[in-house]
Design a protein around this ligand. Structure first.
Ligand SMILES: [Zn+2]
Length: 111
């Protein structure tokens, strides 16, 4: 098992345990973040970190990721610009384009 596979499995089992569904791509991205954060953590705290600190920061990490994932999953394609992030205005014979006022150019909005 590679380091990457380890984190993918960890993320998948955590999502599963908390009843969350993510795409393979999302799982891989979260796994990548977790792996990088774990590397940072061992640099910050050293390898002899107390197990309670570990589980607490792990919990915070999971909570933050769960919230980010939930926010992302609740978003829908912007009904104003249809996901393009920009809207066209006609002004006489001219057309101008500007950032969508509804999604602020992101193309996705909270439901
Ligand atoms: Zn929009």
């Amino acid at each position: 098992m590679t380091n990457k596979e380890y984190w993918i499995e960890a993320v998948e089992s955590s999502l599963d345990e908390h009843g969350l569904i993510a795409t393979t791509e999302q799982v891989e991205k979260i796994a990548d973040d977790m792996r990088i954060n774990a590397e940072h953590q061992s640099m910050v705290f050293g390898s002899d970190v107390a197990s309670e600190n570990l589980s607490q920061s792990w919990k915070n990490e999971i909570d933050g990721l769960k919230k980010a994932l939930r926010d992302e999953q609740e978003k829908v394609v912007c009904p104003i610009c249809l996901g393009k992030g920009r809207v066209k205005h006609s002004c006489g014979t001219f057309f101008s384009e500007s950032e969508c006022f509804r999604c602020k150019g992101k193309g996705r909005v909270q439901r």
